[in-house]
Write a protein that binds this ligand. Structure first.
Ligand SMILES: [Mg+2]
Length: 427
């Protein structure tokens, strides 16, 4: 880990971005409370709303129908992602005039690294960026800017005084300003993680500051806890490359399970195992591969069986989707692919099946998905609840859909190089 600079990162997070972009492009709604949805329905949830609507009690995630009850004069607009992407690009151009954009974290969040002499004039750079955004992007698309030793703290600083905020957190100021935050204000701490921290006696950011890095790692169950602990102190933590990670299981089929209608049971089990490990290690997946080996029927000539070895070939298919981690979503992606594979190959028997989750990252690495709906969150909660119950009772007692006994016992606990299975692999 490198020494901590006083200021090393500039983070910009736009306020109620979609709603404010709509106000910028459509003058007639500038003085109205505005909410944005992804679907044209009174029952769809708001992806975001402007601060005027927030002050009236409207919240992100609220249904349009409910938002209208609280705030009868609210204007609802369908999201127009193409316009937001265009604004995102124009904003990056403006920032690049002053300092290179290091990473675009999401459509409305960008990070710049401060190096050398930039560190001494960080506040001037931030002010110049703000002026140019006002002039060239427009006064309604307001940014909140944070300056801090690293990206993690700069993101927190940008959130501290929204909207139109500007917060400078120097290394020497730490940790006092952080102690008025909630645990869930820290990037990477979800409601679930907060519950786990509380269980371990960590009730506040101050408590979290005072535990040891080893303790943080133990609470998370992986190195992510230690990373967050170090970043809170201002250290810059380099993340391992995302590419190398994947979660997969495969299985040789025997007996009746070679039949395509039965092999699916095995694939379901493999998918659920991989999804469980994915969640336990705190990741989401955005791609899935299903593959199987097709065994061709032995040809008989003139009614007489031949004794040549049956031929086989491999099929595989890949799906990409918005990041998820719950059993329901991953199982449905697997089912779709498997059905495609069956249609294309019309197999008689299958000899081998495998499923692989990839494009793996933590939710923190990806940033928040603004189009993630309540349904997705509910499936996440359901999977987490099943995991917690099964962990407590030491077996796979609750699961989605059928879970027949597969000959040959457990599916997920192969001992591979670099990974020793743990107890839960055997459920
Ligand atoms: Mg924002």
């Amino acid at each position: 880990m490198q020494p901590i600079p006083s200021l090393g990162s500039l983070y910009i997070d736009f306020d109620a971005f979609f709603a404010n972009v709509e106000k910028q492009v459509e003058p007639s709604i500038r003085m109205c409370p505005v909410g944005i949805t992804a679907l044209n329905s009174e029952y769809s949830a708001l992806i975001t709303c402007c601060y005027m609507a927030k002050r009236a009690g409207v919240k992100r995630g609220m249904r349009v129908h409910d938002a209208r009850e609280i705030c009868p004069n609210i204007t609802i607009r369908m999201a127009r992602p193409d316009i937001y992407v265009e604004f995102n690009q124009r904003i990056a151009e403006q920032i690049n005039k002053h300092i290179p954009v290091k990473k675009i974290w999401s459509i409305d969040e960008m990070e710049c690294e401060l190096i050398g002499r930039e560190r001494g004039r960080a506040e001037d750079i931030a002010m110049a960026i703000r002026d140019d955004l006002y002039r060239y992007i427009g006064p309604y698309v307001t940014p909140s800017i944070g300056l801090a030793p690293n990206q993690f703290l700069a993101k927190i600083a940008a959130e501290m005084e929204k909207p139109n905020g500007f917060v400078v957190l120097r290394a020497a100021d730490l940790p006092t300003p952080l102690f008025r935050l909630k645990l869930t204000d820290l990037p990477g701490i979800s409601d679930n993680m907060q519950a786990r921290l509380n269980k371990a006696g960590v009730m506040s950011v101050q408590d979290f500051w005072n535990i040891s890095p080893k303790h943080a790692r133990a609470i998370w169950g992986n190195v992510e806890g230690e990373r967050i602990w170090a970043q809170l102190r201002g250290y810059r933590v380099e993340k391992p490359p995302i590419k190398r990670r994947m979660f997969g299981h495969s299985r040789v089929l025997s007996g009746a399970f070679k039949h395509p209608d039965k092999a699916i049971a095995c694939l379901r089990l493999l998918t659920v195992k991989a999804a469980h490990r994915l969640r336990r290690e705190g990741f989401t997946a955005a791609a899935l591969t299903v593959s199987f080996k097709v065994q061709e029927r032995a040809q008989s000539s003139y009614g007489l069986p031949t004794y040549s070895k049956p031929k086989s070939f491999r099929w595989s298919g890949n799906a990409q989707f918005s990041p998820c981690r719950d059993d329901h979503s991953l199982l449905s992606h697997m089912h779709n692919l498997y059905n495609q594979g069956l249609q294309q190959t019309q197999p008689w028997r299958l000899r081998h099946v495998s499923v692989m989750l990839h494009d793996i990252a933590t939710p923190h690495e990806r940033g928040r998905d603004l189009f993630e709906g309540q349904d997705q969150r509910n499936w996440d909660i359901l999977s987490d609840t099943m995991d917690a119950f099964n962990r407590k009772h030491g077996g796979a007692f609750i699961h989605l859909g059928p879970r027949p006994k597969i000959p040959g016992g457990y599916a997920g606990a192969k001992i591979a190089f670099g990974r020793i299975p743990d107890k839960e692999d055997f459920f």
